[in-house]
Design a protein around this ligand. Structure first.
Ligand SMILES: C[S@@+](CC[C@H](N)C(=O)[O-])C[C@H]1O[C@@H](n2cnc3c(N)ncnc32)[C@H](O)[C@@H]1O
Length: 223
């Protein structure tokens, strides 16, 4: 990718000379391409930064947590993800990028009407409208209307509601699925009942990670 873009800057003859000079003369074959840097398309990177810049209430997850979610989604082959608390779509875009790799889909529920609208617009700008569906409403009312089960659930709503959301949605998680909750380190005092619940949940393994200071719990539902 990087090499192709360099080649486009050169006249064809010069490009051929550059090829010879770079490697063909050394071992008869051009050198291997350097690996492309793992990053979003430039427009998506700019869009993510724009959402962060406008995020006065600092609602969005950290960039590092977004990177983690993207890798998790892609490496687990996630197909059917649910997000509770989508705000303006920042985390939804990171998850959506991972789902672009797996062919999966995300339903993101957001209570605030303005944020839900912003999320849908941002998802569209990221070219993810066919992957991420934004639903405006209270997730306590909206989740029961959804069909089927999920193989990943990401919870990032009001912290005092975490245990109720866990009780409501964990039965909807597939065996082998993962339930994640955000801010379990920096806001742990607001969600003691939830942290106790995931530690004691039968047939589940939990772990806390902190790609940034906010922390995320991962609860794996055993098969
Ligand atoms: C911390 S923000 C989410 C940030 C988002 N995950 C991101 O990283 O871009 C929490 C959001 O949860 C929403 N929320 C709170 N309770 C909710 C509920 N019961 N149903 C749906 N959304 C809810 C709030 O309106 C708020 O926008």
């Amino acid at each position: 990718m990087m090499f192709q873009s360099r080649r486009r800057l050169l006249a064809p003859g010069l490009a051929a000379l550059a090829l010879i000079g770079l490697g063909a003369s050394r071992c008869g074959a051009p050198p291997p391409e350097p690996p492309a840097p793992a990053r979003s398309a430039p427009q998506e990177t700019a869009l993510l930064q724009e959402i962060k810049d406008k995020d006065q209430g600092q609602l969005a997850i950290s960039e590092e947590d977004g990177r983690f979610l993207r890798v998790l989604v892609a490496t687990r082959g996630t197909r059917r993800a649910l997000e509770i608390g989508g705000a303006s779509g920042y985390s939804g875009i990171w998850i959506g990028q991972g789902l672009r790799q797996t062919g999966g889909r995300l339903i993101s529920i957001e209570y605030d009407p303005v944020r839900a609208q912003e999320a849908a617009a941002n998802i569209a700008r990221a070219g993810l409208s066919d992957i991420v569906q934004v639903i405006h409403g209270d997730a306590f009312a909206e989740v029961p209307k959804l069909d089927g089960t999920f193989d990943m659930i990401f919870l990032d709503a009001w912290k005092q509601d975490y245990k109720r959301f866990f009780d409501m949605t964990f039965p909807r998680l597939d065996p082998g699925g993962v339930f994640l909750a955000h801010n379990v380190v920096n806001k742990r005092s607001d969600m003691g009942d939830f942290l106790d619940a995931i530690a004691a949940a039968p047939g589940a393994w939990s772990s806390i990670i902190a790609p940034s200071g906010e922390g995320m719990s991962l609860t794996y539902k055993q098969r």
